[in-house]
Design a binder for this molecule. Sequence first.
Ligand code: PEP
Ligand code: MN
Length: 368
Amino acid sequence: MSIERLENWGMPSTAETEVMVASRKRPFIIAGPCSAETPEQLLATCRALAHTGINALRAGIWKPRTRPNSFEGVGEVGLKWFKQVRDELGIPIATEVATATHVELALKYGVDILWIGARSTVNPFTVQEIADALRGVDIPVIVKNPLNPDLALWIGGLERIANAGITKLAAMHRGFSTFEKTQYRNLPMWQMAIELRSQMPDLPLFFDPSHTGGKREFIYPLSQKALDLDYDGLMIESHIDPDNAWSDAAQQVTPARFAEILSELKIREVTSDNVEFQNALEELRGKLDLIDRELVELLASRMKIVEKLGQYKRENNVAVFQVDRWIKVFQSRPEWGEKMGLNKDFVGHIFKLIHDESIRIQTAKVSD
Ligand code: PEP
Ligand code: MN
């Protein structure tokens, strides 16, 4: 799969003020309203954002809404407003496409960047339909993660678009929907994006704090976390009058607040040339290597004992899994961890994995 870096997306940088001072690459920032509502709302929002140093604007024209009879986007007419915005401000503009017709219309009106929403990425038929409509076109496409935490589905969506010949391709992490109620609208599950990055290291990775958090107060902390994890860009919803937005009112910020958030974000350096820093880093990493080796050795000794235990249980005709024992293990280990300053859930997760492996080892011997 051939992927061009963001710098090659060929869009002019509109940075009038260097709001993000960085010795390394500056994140690619997309901002704009959840939806284009009226020509006035769109233009006023985009004008106010144009001075904040963003790389691209966003606005939804076709809105996937959970329930019918809510505002479902203005449709094709909004694309005419886009043209006015671009003519006046000269900033590329992005919108969501979910059908082949959306793609055709977006291309007809010269939309600069397309994204595929979370509700579309879940469906390979939809992604393939979009991919087919994009064949032979040179336009940046961003694929948001699917609603459910399924990395293969996300990668599959990216591959379908790449196979259509799109090289200006990026992924956008917008969190995953969960049954369980949390403070966020969608659970970040950062490890999913980290895993995507390790499998596709050349793919630019964006983060959408607005749809992940679902509330304006989460935009800043979630964006900072994404930058700390070395994401390449952010997409943030901003509306000239957020409280009266026709969609996603709770998660949009005014352009003024958006500018403030941008100026407060810190871009961490991935590496530093400072020799002292490099030496300290090497030393600490060396210590971690030793500890990791010990951890693996300890796990190996543990599993040897598990094997013996399994054999013993078999000889005495006792079931492999004894619930009482594991209830005790699952209780005591996280408690030990907590006393030593570790996160209880983290220790619980580790012992869940250890338990699965212990059962596997004991039952594997039975079926030999
Ligand atoms: C959006 O960005 O407007 C949107 C609908 O996002 P998502 O697909 O992430 O829900
Ligand atoms: Mn939205």
